[in-house]
Design a protein around this ligand. Sequence first.
Ligand code: NAD
Ligand code: DAU
Length: 366
Amino acid sequence: MKNILITGGCGFIGSNFIHYMLNNYDYKIINLDALTYAGNLENLKSIEGNPNYKFIKGRIEDRKLVSNLIKEEGISFIVHFAAESHVDRSITDSIPFIKTNIVGTHVLLEAAKENNIEKFIHISTDEVYGSLGPTGVFTELTPIQPNSPYSASKASSDLLVRSYVETFKFPATIVRCTNNYGPYQFPEKYIPLTISNVLDNQPIPLYGDGLNVRDWIYTEDFCRAIDVVLHKGRIGEVYNAGGNSEETNINIAKIILKHLNKPKSLITYVKDRLGHDRRYAMDITKIKNELGWQLKYKFEEGIEKTIEWYRQNKGWWMKIKSGEYLNYYKKMYGQRLQEGMQVVKDKVQKTEDIRLNRESRKGAKS
Ligand code: NAD
Ligand code: DAU
């Protein structure tokens, strides 16, 4: 029996990981989460009464709270998910990203060091490596070159973790993963936003030319990756995890539309994200060979399960989409969608003008 502190357990991957751990182990899980806009107690409703689970509302930057918690709960392992995680929000306002991702991680490291915990798993991202051209993959040795305030804040936290290992022999391991998708993902991220918009017959806002590539992993596969790193990973190492499933954004939109039997006309090209990374892809040889981790889900299977989950759990995302989210959506997409739709209207008008012109010339000849 171990007591594990999970930070950010009310978010997308954290809540999936808590369900996974309670289903597979007899550990006690303590979930520390600030319940920001992305934290949702509904994600954990089914395990609220589980004697092996406890929720504490609080921020990871709260040194006293975190230190007492580790001491009082007799924490052995920490799995650190808590973060501001959305690239677009970091472009609009990066301050919360600095506070949570950098300062918060630092506070957590200090409190964990003070209390001599056994193992600290830092959840990180492929975005710290920057962007790839049409070929190549990120390995654990790829230099860190983050491009957005989000990825720069995550890279900073990775470096802090590394420095604690080197300086204090702190027992940490870093896992860097590609784009996750699956149940309970907040509908600001591309896949849940697309599925929920399509279910609602709303346009899909597609950034730029729609040809940016991400490597998608079904979140249950990532939970199993964290499990092997927690139990078998070496201290001080970095392990990359990924789905071996590169897809363009336009392709994903088409897959979702086909599955839900909706028209392609819902795809609306909008102004691109600033500094939009072109392509991510991961070399996952190390975690497979060293820790025996295997992917269980192919993209086709994972996306089908995910679409089905959003179809079955309409109440979950409708509740989110009817709250503060409405302001976010208007600010992020209102003008972009109007401009995107205007481009389509102009194109249609231009084609119509050409047709009318041709017809009137034909008429004049005869
Ligand atoms: P999320 O945004 O869905 O959830 C983040 C959670 O952290 C929320 O419950 C939120 O309330 C909590 N939180 C935020 N600030 C906090 C603070 N100061 N103190 C305590 N709790 C706080 O994020 P996610 O998509 O589940 O990502 C989890 C982790 O995995 C992040 O560290 C992210 O960088 C990393 N990651 C995510 C992906 C992905 O595709 N989603 C891929 C690779 C890595
Ligand atoms: O790569 C791992 C990262 O994946 C994680 O570290 C981040 O926390 C997570 O948010 C995710 O970042 P991305 O920026 O890749 O994910 P997002 O879902 O925001 O966007 C995926 C792609 O879809 C990206 O190329 C931008 C595009 N996109 C996104 C949105 C929200 C659109 O075309 N339209 C949209 O409305």
